[in-house]
Design a protein around this ligand. Structure first.
Ligand code: 4AD
Ligand code: MG
Length: 480
């Protein structure tokens, strides 16, 4: 058996008392031919391996280079040096994989995040990405724990679908037909999808919601957690073409129930990381503080990362309607002085991210839930309010992020749903099942989608969404 190692995190939690251990990991640094900082990904704290002078051949010592992988056996002793409580005094060292120091791209110095994106296959070996991805993992685990503890059923909704859940039309096509012009054609020259694999046009899903709703009509409370795809050409620090979304869907819920759950969920995730990832969070807080020192005073955050998270836990999210938000924005100094790139003019217009950020960061200075948007700018499935103008929608906006959650109460009334589908040109024929479920025991129900990467950004303080997903898919980029 090869794997008889102890992980460094577990080891560092013990007291040094001469115990015999085996560790495996990658060399971060090797000082004075004597001190190896070894990391195995379990924590950002390196284990100091002491190489007794003269004990090993020079030929072996030469192979202990940055990022070489090692197996070290030895005894754990209290450290004589400062900065760590224990040393591993090496008795045997095996180099499992050499790493040419001339060629290894990540020298032991600070690299820019942009540079590391191009070396995404190696960036897991940096402290920043170590912390980010351990927190990402913790958040994913907490998502399941939150819903499992509340009796929700985890549904795996399809990745390939024939419907456009958001009615937004920015989808990646899925086909096995040739793209060189030889695909079978209809008489009018269009591609004959009846000859395609699924005998119809299909695409990668933009959301699991519609299928989620069907299952909520049997289980009551469900959630999905999976990848979703959007072919929107948005080259921003908040958009990915492939991102993960959590979509709970609850029968017997109205919009207020929905907002309550979403707020409790976000707070739970934040609390989970505060309780379980203290070291990583503190590391990232320090990183962010350093980064902000480079910024002009006016652009710096008022709060540090941990402070910000505590603030979110200890304060209720602000809840306002679209109309209230519209009034605040319209009457803001910012708008009157024409400082917004997009001026707030008429009721009914959609907010841009500059408006959302104004509300969250300048006006309320905390997360905001905006409800009851104009029907025309929201999806067909949202429940029409009694005013006939607005729908029971909600967006949650987070400081530094903007929209982190989108959700709504769903239109459960058959006639109203059909009316709205007609008005929005949603093909009723293809969506027959979505309509049909309203014929058999329809109930008030609601749900929302949390963008997982935006949540990871919020908790880690990482500015660019490309740095919180292992291998980002963005316009012009599908490397790795
Ligand atoms: O607001 P959206 O489009 O809502 C839906 O998809 C609904 N079906 C959700 C539901 O009610 N079940 O997306 C939900 C969230 C957004 O608030 C945002 O956090 C995230 O998904 N999101 C993205 N994240 C990264 N890159 C993108 N291109 C994203 N588009 C949306
Ligand atoms: Mg949205």
């Amino acid at each position: 058996m090869f794997n008889q190692r102890i992980k460094i995190k577990e080891l560092l939690a013990q007291e040094p008392q001469g115990q015999e251990v085996t560790v495996m990991g990658w060399v971060r640094t090797f000082r004075n031919n004597q001190f190896i900082a070894l990391n195995d990904g379990s924590t950002n704290q390196h284990l100091q391996v002491v190489v007794p002078l003269g004990k090993f051949d020079d030929s072996l010592i030469k192979r202990i280079t940055t990022s070489a992988s090692l197996r070290v056996k030895g005894k754990i002793e209290p450290s004589l040096g400062k900065g760590q409580k224990m040393d591993l005094v090496a008795e045997t060292i095996d180099v499992l994989g050499d790493s040419d120091p001339e060629k290894y791209p990540l020298q032991p110095k600070k690299h820019s995040l942009e540079f590391l994106r191009e070396k995404a296959h190696l960036r897991f070996r940096t402290n920043t990405f170590g912390s980010v991805f351990r927190i990402r993992h913790a958040l994913a685990f907490a998502v399941h724990k939150f819903f499992n503890d509340r009796g929700f059923v985890y549904m795996h909704t399809p990745i390939i679908t024939a419907s456009d859940a958001e009615g937004a039309g920015e989808m990646f096509k899925v086909t096995t037909l040739p793209l060189d012009g030889t695909a079978p054609k209809n008489e009018d020259g269009s591609v004959n999808y009846r000859e395609d694999f699924f005998e119809r046009p299909t695409n990668l899903t933009v959301s699991g919601q519609l299928e989620g709703e069907l299952s909520a009509m049997g289980f009551g409370d469900i959630y999905t957690f999976g990848p979703t795809f959007r072919a929107e050409n948005s080259n921003t620090a908040r958009h990915l073409a492939e991102f993960w979304m959590i979509e709970p869907e609850m029968a017997f819920y109205d919009l207020e129930d929905n907002a309550n759950l979403a707020e409790a969920f976000i707070k739970y995730l934040v609390q989970y990381v505060m309780d379980n990832n203290k070291d990583d969070l503190e590391f990232l807080a320090g990183r962010l503080a350093d980064e902000e020192k480079q910024l002009p005073q006016a652009e710096r955050s008022e709060m540090g990362l941990v402070e910000k998270l505590e603030f979110v836990l200890n304060n209720q999210f602000e809840r306002i309607t679209y109309t209230e938000a519209y009034d605040i924005l319209k009457n803001s100094k910012q708008n009157k002085k024409k400082k917004f790139q997009y001026e707030i003019t008429d009721w009914g217009m959609d907010f841009q991210s500059e408006h959302e950020r104004y509300l969250v960061e300048k006006h309320f200075k905390k997360p905001v839930i905006i409800t009851d948007y104009p029907a025309a700018i929201k999806s067909f499935y949202m429940r029409m309010n009694d005013d006939g103008k607005t729908v029971a929608a909600m967006d949650i906006l987070a400081p530094g992020i903007g929209e982190i959650v989108g959700g709504s109460q769903r239109e459960e009334r058959l006639d109203k749903l059909i009316e709205r589908m007609k008005a929005m040109n949603i093909p009723e024929k293809e969506m027959w099942w979505y309509i049909d479920i309203r014929r058999f025991g329809t109930v008030p129900h609601a749900g929302f989608g949390l963008g997982f990467e935006r949540m990871v950004q919020f908790v880690t303080g990482m500015n660019n969404i490309r740095d919180v997903i292992a291998f980002p898919r963005t316009p012009g980029n599908a490397e790795f």
